[in-house]
Design a protein around this ligand. Structure first.
Ligand code: NI
Length: 173
């Protein structure tokens, strides 16, 4: 599959690509680097703090994140693996660029470690007990076809029911 990075756009629920289990990136090629750059651009334009490859229509295990918005904090995670979640968990409101307007309280471990490849294909490991930990978990969920609407409490799902219906109706095809 030849990817045209400049043609990538953020896809919205209920696009089926958002429900697929994404496949590992086999090699960090120029194509992968170009897609990552485009994803960072789309994330900043949105704006958002994270964007996973399925959200631009690619079932690849890769996401980009920048929890602060500072240019130096752009980071790409290829084939990420989470480990060592804290027993302590917290609930916080989350949104998603593929679910415009929808928000819900999502409970997640407050601290977690992530190991991934960078754009040079080198492995790195990071640990966070702050917003990055939440972003990594949200984006890794995307790689497994999991969305915040699956994890929000019933009260939030009810509050978002009309917006979800609208998204389902607006879906092309
Ligand atoms: Ni999302």
């Amino acid at each position: 599959m030849a990817v045209r990075p400049d043609q990538l756009r953020i896809v919205h629920y209920p696009d089926p690509v958002l429900r697929r289990v994404a496949q590992p990136v086999e090699a960090v090629t120029d194509e992968v680097r170009a897609v990552a750059r485009r994803m960072l651009q789309l994330m900043h334009e949105a704006p958002g703090v994270g964007l996973a490859a399925p959200q631009v229509g690619l079932p690849w295990r890769m996401f980009v994140a920048n929890p602060t918005g500072e240019p130096d904090d752009d980071r790409v995670f290829i084939n990420p693996v989470l480990s060592g979640p804290s027993r302590e968990a917290a609930s916080q409101q989350e949104g998603c660029l593929s679910l415009p307007g929808i928000q819900g309280d999502i409970t997640r471990p407050t601290a977690i470690t992530i190991t991934a490849l960078d754009l040079d294909g080198r492995s790195f490991t990071l640990t966070s007990d702050d917003l990055p930990a939440r972003v990594w978990q949200h984006e890794t969920d995307h790689l497994d076809g999991v969305l915040i609407i699956d994890k929000m409490p019933p009260i939030d799902r009810r509050a978002n029911r009309r917006l979800l219906k609208e998204l389902e109706t607006a879906a092309p095809g």
